[in-house]
Design a protein around this ligand. Sequence first.
Ligand code: COA
Length: 382
Amino acid sequence: MAKTAKRKGGKPAGPELKKGLVGVYADSTAVSKVMPETNSLTYRGYAVQDLAAKCEFEEVAYLLLYGELPSRSQYAAFKKKERSRRALERRHLNVIAEFPKSAHPMDTLRTAVSYLGTTETAWGGEARRKDLDRAIDLLAKIPTMIAADFRLRSGKRPIRPRANLSMSENFFHMCFGKMPPAEVIRAFNVSLILYAEHSFNASTFTARVITSTRSDIYGAITGAIGALKGPLHGGANEAVMDMLQEVGDPKKAEAWLRRAMKNKRLVMGFGHRVYKHGDSRVPTMHACLEDLTAWSGETKWIEISDVLKKIMIEEKGIHPNLDFPSGPAYYLMGFPINLYTPLFVMARITGWAAHFLEQNADNTLIRPLSDYHGPKQRKLKK
Ligand code: COA
């Protein structure tokens, strides 16, 4: 519901305010469509569940960036290009190596992406045509930045990317130096597809606001990473796993949740600004969590999740969002919790870049109004 401003005496005054831009259509888009009435989501017209079942993440990246699925030869050329761009320059790795080890990986990733922008000098005019190329460069290099930072912070040397591996396979290789079984790679690939795009969410809208000033793609993506970090947005996948660990035991889950509800505590991974009857992406990711549970033999997290989900839906009517199954899924894949939101970035760079290109192609500066409620104009006595 849109919230209106309250003045003294509790009376609304002035123009109607749409706090949080709730219910506001800020622009049109051809990138994706969220349909809360049918709990569905399409990327460029294709149902996300079908894409997750039948595509590699790289195909979906192509679809989002170019607007159509690639032909066989287009896909081969796209993959070749992405694979050739994965390596980071030595000076970039040196910058990552200098980050404080205590910094959150989202903060180091934000800075590492921003650094890439400092290596560009030609802006405006003709150089704008290179934006799609820059988007592919970011798509290729962000996983390398995440993996290098992950290894450097635990005193290990970064592992070079390999050009004969898919993006999902290569990421495990760069993080751990080995490959998990195919079902784990598949679950990771699905998570990247589900996280790739979601219309005008907070980080995408941030990217579009920055783009609308005719700033560059590095600024837009750096800002988007800053927005994604928050626990009400992408940071929720980390907060979900922290919460499941706090609950700790399926037998304690119900009592834990009842206490949380009594204390009006936010239950992480539940609720959504647009979906009110269930997130279209959850069943697909939950199926991956089931596969990972069977593969690992670790049933605790899905058992706790099931208790929380049942009571939240039955008693509050609040459904889980994608971060709810993704958190424990990433845990079972072996990633440390503070890497989950960077993994989200690795996927969402595709949606952000598609929106950067779309905003640029038909731009209007985004500049809303505010209803002032500070002191009345007064004389400066000085
Ligand atoms: N736990 C407990 N209560 C919740 C809740 C949650 N996760 N999500 C929503 N609610 C409650 C709110 O407290 C509010 O109750 P009230 O009407 O009694 O005040 C009601 O549901 C409506 O929520 P509201 O905050 O107005 O919805 P929103 O559209 O502004 O917020 C989120 C959407 C995502 C910010 C919110 O659901 C949330 O904070 N979820 C947890 C974080 C999360 O998982 N984020 C990832 C989103 S993909």
